[in-house]
Design a protein around this ligand. Structure first.
Ligand code: PGA
Length: 254
């Protein structure tokens, strides 16, 4: 079965691999990506490495930031704008990761503003949504996911296929507790259906990634689901073999 959308596998290194290890890993991943690869491969190193990683991957691997500020410039000490990330070689930016929402108090409104800023500058956002364990157990999964999606969907609708959405159940991130293929597919299908309410083209072209304890040995089952178009990978993206195992699973379904 081939996928209706080109698979996207993105590695979110978080606060890891920030030295020579990161440069070496990026170079090694680029060496494994083919010129005519059937999968889009993206890495999101710490911001301090973006420029150098962009140079070593030489366009074979997409480079993503892990965060962006919503303003283009100004007195915002310590922040980076979308234009600056673009200049550092980024094509992508992860927005609204649950760790940003949880530890840095990012709200749905802020996620919307950041998504708009990224798109305006020409970056492709990977916008993260997902419920906590308490929300899932209270039967509120779709309510939460829809609320988070509705917050920014008006911003992505005019550029169908540019932004990706990552469904990452918070209880599955870094816990080893992956959602079952059916649990993930159910939410992905609901997200796609919600997008269809905005525009058929947006629904058809938007890549919806699954994230949360994706590993080489569970990736194929997830990627085989109709509405799962790729993966946002944390822990398993920090080493070449485990990351390429997931990329290879995506190549099988592409
Ligand atoms: P994990 O992280 O793969 O380590 O669960 C996923 C993420 O946070 O994007």
């Amino acid at each position: 079965m081939s996928k209706p959308r080109r698979p996207l596998i993105a590695g979110n290194w978080k606060l890891n691999n920030g030295g020579q290890d990161g440069i070496d890993l990026a170079r090694a991943i680029a060496a494994e990506v083919r010129g005519n690869d059937s999968v889009d491969v993206v890495v999101a190193p710490p911001a301090s490495l973006l420029h150098r990683v962009s140079e070593v991957v030489a366009g074979k691997v997409g480079v993503s930031a892990q965060n962006v500020h919503q303003e283009a410039s100004g007195a915002f000490t310590g922040e980076l704008s979308a234009g600056m990330l673009l200049f550092a070689g980024c094509k992508w930016v992860i927005i609204g990761h649950s760790e940003r929402r949880q530890f840095f108090a990012e709200t749905d409104e802020l996620v919307k503003a950041k998504t708009a800023a990224a798109l305006k500058a020409g970056l492709q956002p990977i916008v993260c949504i997902g419920e906590t364990l308490a929300e899932r157990e209270a039967g509120k999964t779709l309510e939460v996911v829809n609320r988070q999606l509705d917050a920014f969907s008006s911003v992505i609708k005019d550029k169908p296929g540019v932004a990706a959405i990552a469904y990452e159940p918070v209880w599955a991130i870094g816990t080893g507790k992956v959602a079952t293929n059916e649990q993930a597919q159910e939410v992905h299908a609901a997200i796609r259906q919600r997008l269809a309410g905005i525009s058929a083209e947006l629904s058809r072209t938007t890549r919806i990634l699954y994230g949360g304890s994706v590993k080489a040995d569970n990736a194929l089952g997830l990627l085989n689901q109709e509405d799962i178009d790729g993966a946002l990978v944390g822990g398993a993206s920090l080493k070449l073999d485990s990351f390429m195992g997931i990329v290879n699973a995506a190549r099988q379904v592409a």
